[in-house]
Write a protein that binds this ligand. Structure first.
Ligand code: CA
Length: 220
């Protein structure tokens, strides 16, 4: 999956090339609009990350051109934080507008979300041999389908979105509040986690680790 990054700040270029490559994306770095146009003509990229202040023009105008000629999703990545700029960017058809300085993980999630919305993302989340297909809602382990309740699915999906991250019990409870339809208390959470582990074949908590007194962590 290729991303064109249109950016003229070397420090940001370095950081983003590292970040996006690590996430498994291929990155074409364009330091100007002219360069970006050359990349676009290859028509092999999935998304454009677009700065606004560029040496040979402004990103707003370029965004309209990308939308018209290539129908590619655009995410603005800019230091311009004024509301009117954000509104202008979104009105021009950009899928998202991220303000610098940005948080790495947040940017990656936004990119993934945009790719998913455009049917270009890898809709699968993986953790070891467990795979979630976010589009169909199917969960597999080693190719064997696992049927989960809405609640179990939501918890697993959240945790697999951030492997290695500690989820406190409070965080999980807050996260599942809206899908559960009714109040989930601490005890229900423990029971749900136990069932989820059983279904995953993880009764010995090797995949979903318990962090004592804190919460849970999915092993990457
Ligand atoms: Ca710039």
């Amino acid at each position: 999956m290729k991303i064109i990054m249109v950016e003229d700040n070397e420090a940001i270029i370095m950081g983003l090339e590292y970040l996006l490559t690590k996430e498994g994306y291929e990155v074409e770095t364009a330091r100007s609009i002219t360069q970006a146009e050359a990349f676009l003509q290859k028509r092999d990229c999935a998304l454009v990350l677009l700065d606004i202040g560029l040496p040979d023009g402004d990103g707003f105008r370029f965004c309209s051109k990308i939308r018209e000629n290539y129908r590619l999703p655009v995410i603005f990545l800019t230091a311009r934080e004024e509301e009117r700029d954000v509104v202008r960017g979104l009105d021009l058809g950009a899928e998202d507008y991220v303000i610098k300085p940005f948080r790495n993980r947040e940017l990656v999630s936004r990119i993934k979300a945009v790719l998913r919305r455009n049917g270009k993302g890898d809709n699968r989340l993986r953790c070891g041999d467990i795979v979630i297909n976010a589009e169909t809602g199917r969960v597999n382990r080693n190719g064997r389908e696992i049927t989960l309740t809405k609640l179990e699915y939501k918890i697993l999906f959240s945790m697999m979105s951030y492997p290695g991250k500690l989820f406190t019990r409070d965080e999980i409870l807050a996260d599942i509040w809206d899908v559960s339809g009714n109040f989930v208390n601490d005890n229900t959470l423990s029971v749900t986690m136990k069932r989820l582990r059983e279904k995953l074949g993880d009764s010995d908590a090797q995949i979903i680790k318990t962090v004592r007194g804190m919460g849970y962590r999915m092993e990457a």
